[in-house]
Design a protein. Structure first.
Length: 45
């Protein structure tokens, strides 16, 4: 199972501006999510 993480920094000016953290593990996804706002995580096989 892999996860893709998209996140927006609090300093980003546009709400729609998402940065990608590519494929990662769930623990990494949670670590990323704890640092940023508007985090979206996609799970795929």
């Amino acid at each position: 199972m892999s996860y893709a993480v998209a996140y927006r920094l609090a300093s980003d000016k546009h709400e729609g501006q998402l940065r990608w953290d590519g494929t990662t593990t769930m623990s990494h996804a949670i670590a990323v999510a704890s640092q940023f706002v508007d985090v979206k995580v996609w799970k795929y096989a």
